[in-house]
Design a protein around this ligand. Structure first.
Ligand code: FAD
Ligand code: TPP
Ligand code: MG
Length: 372
């Protein structure tokens, strides 16, 4: 109750607990900003004014700064993964931590909890809501807003077309055309992080991704499963050219069972996330990351499915619409910029606020992904 700078850390436990409504009521009642883990995305609506965005290695810079400056962290069903905390020794040192988690082995595991509540989140919040009262943190929210600046907009639609196709463009277009309502399954890598940044998830369980398990090739089979469970929903697999090659045989399943999913291959010709680490930390020695792929359009056609190739930004919208209208599974080969990187980035084990920013001269700098 004494806190002036609280941050709620919203994790996947909210979804498991079915505590979406309680978290929202709680956040509104105490008027506190909500930061999301990757696996928490969708548990609290992206458009809610208290949602400040994703935390962690590829989270928003202002979110990581807010966590570092907070005087209270309320961890709701999240396990302080190393991608979320960075260097534990310098992690939110001024904040008291209240950790609500159903699994006793998570309590004090990575981060010491000043107050630990080992319980089902929904049950715990119901009890807490009765005693916590109303609070106002307007100055703190304003301060975080000022850190966002124009970076919050991520309005890459209005940028002039410079002849390059960037993965964020593709994913942002898919988000716009599907009104943010699709279920998205991903592989692991850069495209997964851009999905988290540029597809804004409003509803629970609309992002299916393997998180810390790092399961390359997860996207297509997960999308097929999601579509079988939710035939009414629009389902996309946003996958890497590397990951897709690990489970592309499941196109047979999609074709045989007549399951309709849209597969967007973010084809950068690399094991991109590893290439990014080689660029940043290993002097650009691109060992074993350049990637040869089959002709994905012909591969789709071999299955009797529609295949589309897109290498210009101007062609993205039409191709996405065409894929949505086709009755079968569609494979889309998006030939994106090969050496683009995901920003901001907290290097592994670095302090959470020691982020690498997009270089000034980058062609995509106007995306204002992070101008701070
Ligand atoms: C390339 C890459 C980059 C990544 N970058 C980021 C990043 O920038 N940011 C980020 O957030 N993640 C990132 N991740 C994902 C990260 O590794 C973790 O998977 C993720 O942070 C875990 O989120 P979580 O703690 O919410 O979910 P989980 O790991 O699923 O943990 C959920 C917690 O909720 C608890 N729980 C379950 N049910 C209940 C219940 N009923 N009541 C209460 N508690 C419950 C569980 O015990 C568990 O502790 C990245 C992964 C990869 C592969
Ligand atoms: C089976 C497996 N091997 C290696 C890794 C390490 N890894 C993480 S991301 C990545 C690159 C994935 O490349 P791609 O699917 O093309 O996606 P991109 O990063 O280019 O978007 C690799 C190799 C992993 N997570 N799983
Ligand atoms: Mg790739």
């Amino acid at each position: 109750m004494a806190s002036r700078k609280p941050v709620i850390l919203a994790g996947q436990g909210i979804l498991h607990s079915g505590a979406m409504r309680e978290v929202r009521t709680f956040a509104e009642q105490i008027n506190a900003p909500v930061a999301m883990t990757l696996l928490g995305l969708g548990a609290f609506p992206a458009s809610h004014p208290l949602n400040i965005g994703m935390m962690g290695m590829h989270g928003e810079a202002w979110v990581n700064h807010a966590i570092q400056e907070a005087d209270l962290l309320l961890a709701f069903g999240m396990r302080f993964d190393d991608r979320v905390t960075g260097n534990l020794k310098t992690y939110a040192v001024n904040a008291k931590k209240i950790h609500i988690d159903i699994d006793p082995s998570e309590i004090h595991k990575n981060v010491y909890a000043d107050a630990a509540i080992c319980a089902d989140l929904r049950e715990a919040l119901k009890d807490l809501l009765e005693v916590v009262g109303k609070h106002d943190h307007e100055p703190w929210l304003k301060y975080i807003g000022s850190m966002k600046g124009t970076a919050a907009v991520r309005d890459i639609q209005t940028l002039p077309d410079n002849g390059h196709l960037y993965a964020p463009h593709v994913i942002n277009d898919i988000w716009r055309i599907t009104d943010g309502n699709a279920i998205i399954a991903t592989d692991v890598g850069q495209h997964q992080m851009w999905e988290a940044q540029y597809y804004k998830h409003e509803a629970p369980r609309t992002l299916i991704t393997s998180g810390g398990l790092g399961t390359m090739g997860f996207g297509l089979p997960a999308a097929i499963g999601a579509k079988m469970a939710r035939p009414d929903a629009e389902v996309w697999a946003i996958v890497g050219d590397g990951g897709f090659q690990m489970t592309q045989a499941e196109l047979t399943t999609a074709a045989q069972e007549g399951v309709k999913v849209n597969v967007a291959i973010i084809n950068n010709g690399f094991l991109g996330m590893v290439r990014q680490w080689q660029e940043f930390f290993y002097d650009r020695r691109y060992a074993a990351t350049p990637l040869r792929s089959p002709d994905f359009v012909k591969l789709a056609e071999a299955h009797g499915l529609l295949g589309l190739r897109v290498d210009k930004r101007a062609d993205v919208l039409e191709a996405v619409e065409r894929a949505r209208q086709d009755e079968g599974t569609v494979v889309m080969d998006f030939r994106v910029e090969q050496e683009d990187s995901v920003y901001p980035m907290v290097p592994a084990g670095a302090d959470l606020d020691a982020m690498i920013r997009r270089p000034e001269k980058s062609a995509l700098v106007e995306t204002a992904a992070d101008p701070m």
